[in-house]
Design a protein around this ligand. Structure first.
Ligand code: PLP
Length: 383
């Protein structure tokens, strides 16, 4: 099979598997136990916290709390921010956030919060003057993603953070889930208060993530009941998940920021755009404004779901992005926010590579895809 859906999830890396195996069958002590066997597990957790803090460029390991993934981290950050700013009722975010932020903000609107959804342009980019205009003294929280899961478009979170702090005393949360392992991240010198990560997006298993919380911020507990995670998240720690996350973060330090993936992604993207008629790229054209592993291409006039089904028959796995709804025939909210015309938005396919993707896989995909598109344009034109 050819797996080109790495923004959805990734294969657990062999190095990560090797790191966790001893903690499944050898060092399985409860990290809260006071005996030395339990302390082995505690040590492994604190080592993973150091690895995570170091890879994120945090000031201290105490700024890292382990969670079950990106969804929990972001929910927690939003709730914690609102509890820290009880008198402020404005939340500023964007129209292209992942559902975790979008749905949470919809819910908060029903509780009386004013939600400002910032527009993006046709390349998926934010207007920083619009950020400046939206953030004011009533603002409790600004939440933006660092990189978009559907298009790979990167937001300048360092600059946005400065704007937030110059214009308000709001807290600043970044959904960093798609950035880790794909672009360099260093939180130390930034104005970011909360930063959410998810292990399964960069070769750790599913169900483990972390939240960076700037050290001076008192974080309201997520689960109450025990003293784990410095009394911030009760429950026996996910030892193997945490060790895996640390190991996956170690691997990100070895990447020379993904130049090999970029070459493969560019080959896939350029060849499709050159050789298949009526195709276009969704997202910023400039390389430094997009993740190196992601390309989102519209095959105008065809249903993206039909393309996926034909690719699937060849065991090639891609995606239409996270939220294209084939049943209601509505385009993805991300592409809609970018004003992508309907016949292009409905035919959008996201290919997302990883460091395990090979040149042969890209060549095979390039060989098969044109036949599929030609066939579909004959049998099932959308418009
Ligand atoms: N944020 C973004 C940008 C994502 O792409 C995802 C996953 O698709 C999430 C958050 C949710 O992460 P998790 O699957 O770990 O809950």
């Amino acid at each position: 099979m050819i797996y080109l859906d790495n923004n959805a999830t990734t294969r657990t890396a062999p190095e990560v598997l090797a790191a966790i195996e001893p903690f499944l069958n050898q060092f399985y002590g409860n990290p809260s136990s006071s005996h030395s066997f339990g302390r082995e597990s505690r040590c492994a957790i604190e080592n993973a916290r150091e690895q995570t803090a170091d890879a994120l460029g945090a000031n201290a390991a105490s700024e890292i709390v382990f969670t079950s993934g990106g969804t929990e981290s972001t929910n927690w950050a939003i709730r914690a921010a609102l509890e820290l700013k009880p008198d402020k009722k404005r939340i500023v975010t964007t129209k292209v956030e992942h559902e975790v932020v979008a749905r949470t903000c919809e819910h908060l609107q029903t509780k009386g919060y004013e939600i400002i959804l910032l527009d993006v342009d046709e390349n998926g980019l934010l207007d920083l003057d619009a950020v400046r205009a939206a953030v004011d003294e009533k603002t409790a929280l600004v939440s933006v993603m660092q990189a978009n899961n559907e298009t790979g478009v990167i937001f300048p979170v360092e600059e946005i953070g400065k704007i937030v702090k110059e214009n308000s005393n709001a807290l600043f949360h970044v959904d960093g889930v798609q950035a880790i392992g794909k672009i360099p991240v260093s939180l130390k010198e930034t104005e970011i208060d909360f930063f959410a990560v998810s292990g399964h997006k960069f070769h750790a298993p599913k169900g483990i993530g972390a939240l960076f919380v700037r050290d001076n911020l008192p974080l309201a507990p997520f689960f109450i009941g025990g003293g784990q995670e410095n009394r911030r998240r009760a429950g026996t720690e996910n030892l193997t998940g945490i060790v895996a996350l640390g190991a996956a973060f170690e691997l990100t330090k070895k990447l020379d920021f993904q130049s090999e993936i970029r070459i493969l992604r560019n080959r896939l993207e350029n060849e499709i755009l050159k050789n298949i008629p009526d195709t276009c790229l969704n997202g910023a054209k400039k390389e430094n404004l997009r993740l190196p592993n992601t390309t989102n291409i519209s095959f105008a006039g065809i249903q993206g779901e039909a393309i996926l089904a034909h690719l699937d028959a060849h065991e090639i796995y891609a995606s239409t992005g996270s939220a294209c709804n084939s049943e209601t025939h509505t385009a993805s909210p991300v592409l809609s926010a970018m004003n992508t015309p309907y016949r292009e938005a409905m035919g959008a396919i996201r290919f997302s590579l990883s460091r395990l993707t090979t040149a042969e896989e890209i060549e095979k995909t390039l060989q098969i895809l044109p036949e599929i598109i030609e066939k579909l344009r004959k049998i099932s034109p959308l418009i």
